[in-house]
Design a binder for this molecule. Structure first.
Ligand SMILES: Nc1nc2c(ncn2[C@@H]2O[C@H](COP(=O)(O)OP(=O)(O)OP(=O)(O)O)[C@@H](O)[C@H]2O)c(=O)[nH]1
Ligand SMILES: [Mg+2]
Length: 248
């Protein structure tokens, strides 16, 4: 089974080279690392283009109206041929040494989606001030009844490419794992693996009040849809596995 890594970028010039070195240092065999860039103007594209000369790297440069994190990830999944995709941020927040742990359960056909989780035992967000921990915790708690996972808000996960395209092919928001979990209505076998999430050291955050509000809107819509929809269809895949570690 082939694995590709998809990294969405928006002005991450200071981070892309280090990230690639860290991914390569894991020794995990991957077919390519696809950087999906949405109009960066800080030289990100030029650096990635340079990297393509000596590394299995591809630049997918989206133009004009094509914007948004979820759309960028889907675009990356659409251009690659790998069976498994690993999605991770460019800002060095996600620990590449956990890539193997995310991919292995899918290779062994034990899961369809493996999420890097900050909110199970062993996971943490040590750099965050209290207010940010509270906000993030609140969002994940709101998501729990809809998704059944402890960290549906994270952006570091491995997934069967087909499943990503089936359940998140039209996703538009910032939280693609959340959208995939809600839309799949628990048909996916999901595992969570603990990760320690580091705050970005370089470059600017793109998470905004607007995106947070948008999550509130997506959440409300998902709840309403769930309330008025038929009872859950019989799952076509084996029942979801419980998390490999006990939640905090
Ligand atoms: N292609 C693309 N990438 C994006 C877009 N918005 C954000 N990104 C990238 O998505 C990843 C996550 O964005 P961040 O700004 O780190 O968001 P965050 O992790 O919620 O916020 P911080 O914790 O403050 O870093 C980074 O690699 C960004 O460069 C977008 O519209 N298009
Ligand atoms: Mg970040």
């Amino acid at each position: 089974m082939q694995t590709a890594v998809i990294v969405p970028t928006l002005n991450e010039a200071e981070n892309v080279e280090t990230l690639l070195a860290q991914i390569e240092a894991t020794g995990v065999p991957f077919s390519e690392v696809i950087f999906v860039d949405d109009g960066s103007h800080d030289g990100t594209r030029e650096i990635v283009r340079e990297l393509t000369n000596a590394h299995p790297v591809r630049l997918l440069a989206r133009e004009g109206g094509e914007r948004g994190l979820a759309g960028a990830i889907v675009a990356g999944a659409n251009v690659c041929a790998a069976d498994i995709v690993v999605v991770m941020d460019a800002d060095l927040s996600h620990p590449p040494e956990k890539i193997a742990a995310l991919v292995q359960p899918i290779v062994h056909n034990e899961a369809d989606l493996v999420i890097g989780s900050r909110y199970i035992r062993g996971g943490d967000t040590p750099d965050w001030p209290l207010w940010r921990r509270v906000m993030s915790r609140a969002a994940t708690l709101l998501a729990f009844p809809l998704t059944g996972v402890h960290d549906a808000m994270g952006g570091f996960f491995a997934v069967r490419r087909e499943a990503l395209l089936e359940y998140a092919g039209n996703a538009t928001g910032f939280k693609i794992a959340f959208e995939m979990l809600v839309r799949s209505r628990r048909k996916l076998r999901v595992l969570e693996v603990p990760i320690v999430f580091r705050d970005r050291q370089r470059g600017k955050s793109k998470m905004s009040i607007g995106e947070a509000t948008r999550f509130g809107f997506d959440w409300s819509r998902a709840v309403l849809r769930r309330m008025f929809q038929r009872p859950m269809e019989t799952a076509s895949l084996p029942a979801r596995q419980s998390s490999p570690v006990t939640p905090k």
